[in-house]
Design a protein around this ligand. Structure first.
Ligand SMILES: Cc1cc2nc3c(=O)[nH]c(=O)nc-3n(C[C@H](O)[C@H](O)[C@H](O)COP(=O)(O)OP(=O)(O)OC[C@H]3O[C@@H](n4cnc5c(N)ncnc54)[C@H](O)[C@@H]3O)c2cc1C
Length: 453
């Protein structure tokens, strides 16, 4: 690298996850001289660690599976999930441009046929995509287009010329970007300082996500007066084993397949069909911050090997699934007080049988969809999981064209942002797959906005 002149590049992209790689590929394709700087020694960020679920509507995968969905239903579900806090203009733009994500996945031949209803959805809209293949395809496109990909190089400051952002300062010098800078530096799940500042009640969640995701983009844009959105709604994600490593997440949501959740006293404490973000906050408030997914062999048989969030086989292989022939024995294994788990399961089975209403309001497997099943056929299983800060869904305030907004709503010329560094899409809760979809759609949008400027 020779980060010398202010005009060495036309555009600079900060952060090499899905949003950044997509933006870089598109900028190169549009004929701009572009540099992607990544502070870690390799690209990927949280995107490479992710489950690969994308929320998309009206796809060929859905058509083949006979699922009726549309942009309008997708939009309505996201508005509902956000509890009135998400920015509807951003959600409209997401739906209007989701076709760019579908086309990119198509070009990368990264589709699978896995499709499911997940958090925040009223129909099966979570598409499992081979995320590694997608990232590799985008990266190859960026390199072929002549982009400079510079790893081990952290952006430290945005260069402001008095009227617009014109470059990025790194330890090695300034990278000039007269056409614009795209901040795609991910969230702040690895910054205890920012978690303590914005959401202190969530700060004890297990740190997870890309190791480089320390909120640098938020801090840099803040220096120029950027506003924030959704930041107080950031919550951890429930379902991770406390011993999971960075190399392999162990997120399991057997509750969406029929399991109940109990705390260390063996008591239920929530509607298990809620978003795993809502459950994340609920579990953090339980004794020891632990939530046990308890299920029977009927639910165990619903495991989908190789499918993130539904793969009980892998959890068992890792030695993290507890099993016992009876509920009583399972309660003993888990160290619960005598009789506690039996009582909880009996009460829940009464709810499923329609003998009483659920005190927590559970009426379906996930987001109210899917018939409840009793916990009654041995052997029985438990998975002890905690809340992990996988991703932080609040961040910089942006307009639908990806320009970063100041606190007063005015645009910061030359500064674009996309992906997890941005807030406004999720509001109070989270629909599975919208983080990756928004990273890809708005990575492209940022590139197009820069190229068109
Ligand atoms: C275990 C796990 C599972 C997940 N599963 C899903 C899922 O199935 N579906 C879904 O929608 N979402 C999922 N998510 C969330 C989703 O992966 C992220 O929100 C998304 O990948 C963010 O993409 P991004 O490009 O914005 O950021 P990232 O992919 O995190 O990339 C940001 C990059 O910027 C770099 N960077 C940071 N600061 C600087 C700097 N100063 N200079 C240069 N580079 C910098 C980082 O090192 C990183 O490489 C999951 C997250 C995790 C952790």
């Amino acid at each position: 690298m020779s980060p010398s002149g202010e005009h060495e590049f036309d555009a600079v992209v900060v952060g090499g996850g899905l949003a950044g790689i997509a933006a870089t590929q598109r900028l190169a394709e549009r004929g701009l001289r572009v540099a992607l700087v990544e502070k870690r020694d390799r690209l990927g960020g949280s995107s490479a660690m992710s489950g690969g679920w994308f929320a998309l509507a009206d796809t060929a995968v859905q058509h083949r599976a006979g699922v009726a969905d549309s942009g309008e239903v997708f939009f309505a579900d996201m508005v509902d999930t956000g509890g009135g806090f998400a920015d509807e203009a951003l959600l409209r733009a997401l739906v209007a441009h989701q076709s760019s994500a579908i086309a990119a996945i198509e070009r990368a031949a990264a589709w699978t046929d896995e499709l499911k209803v997940s958090a925040g959805m009223t129909v099966a809209r979570a598409h499992l995509v081979r995320i590694g293949a997608l990232l590799a395809h985008l990266q190859a496109g960026a390199v072929d287009g002549g982009a400079a990909i510079i790893c081990g190089c952290a952006a430290e400051e945005l260069v402001w010329d008095g009227s617009r952002v014109v470059g990025v300062r790194t330890a090695a010098g300034v990278l000039g970007a007269p056409s614009g800078v795209a901040l795609t530096s991910g969230g702040f799940s690895r910054s205890r300082e920012l978690l303590d500042l914005f959401v202190p009640d969530q700060a004890s969640a297990m740190p997870y996500g890309g190791v480089g995701n320390t909120g640098d983009g938020i801090r840099m844009a803040w220096m120029l007066g950027a506003g924030l959105a959704d930041i107080g709604h950031v919550t951890g994600t429930y379902g991770q084993h406390a011993e999971a490593t960075d190399d392999e997440h162990e997120l399991l949501t057997a509750n969406y397949l029929g399991a109940i959740l109990v705390n260390a006293h063996g008591d239920r404490f929530a509607d298990e069909s809620e978003s795993y973000k809502v459950l994340g906050a609920a579990v953090l408030a339980q004794p020891g911050g632990a939530g046990f997914q308890v299920f029977d062999s009927v639910v165990r048989a619903r495991s989908r090997p190789g499918v993130p969030l539904s793969d009980m086989d892998r959890i068992e292989e890792l030695g993290h699934l507890v099993s016992a022939p009876t509920i009583e024995a399972l309660g003993r294994e888990l160290g619960f007080s005598r009789g506690a788990l039996e009582r909880t399961v009996a009460q829940y089975n009464d709810v499923v049988a329609g003998r009483c209403d659920d005190p927590f309001g559970r009426t379906g497997l996930v987001n109210g969809v899917g018939a409840l099943v009793p916990v009654e056929t041995g052997p029985f299983y438990a998975y002890a999981a905690v809340t992990a800060m996988t991703s932080t869904y609040g961040g910089l305030g942006v307009a639908p064209d990806t320009v970063v907004r100041r606190v007063d709503g005015s645009p910061i010329a030359g500064l674009h942002a996309a992906g997890e560094v941005v807030g406004g899409f999720h509001g109070a809760s989270y629909m599975t797959g919208t983080a990756l979809t928004k990273a890809l759609v708005f990575g492209y949008r940022a590139a197009d906005a820069i190229a068109d400027s």
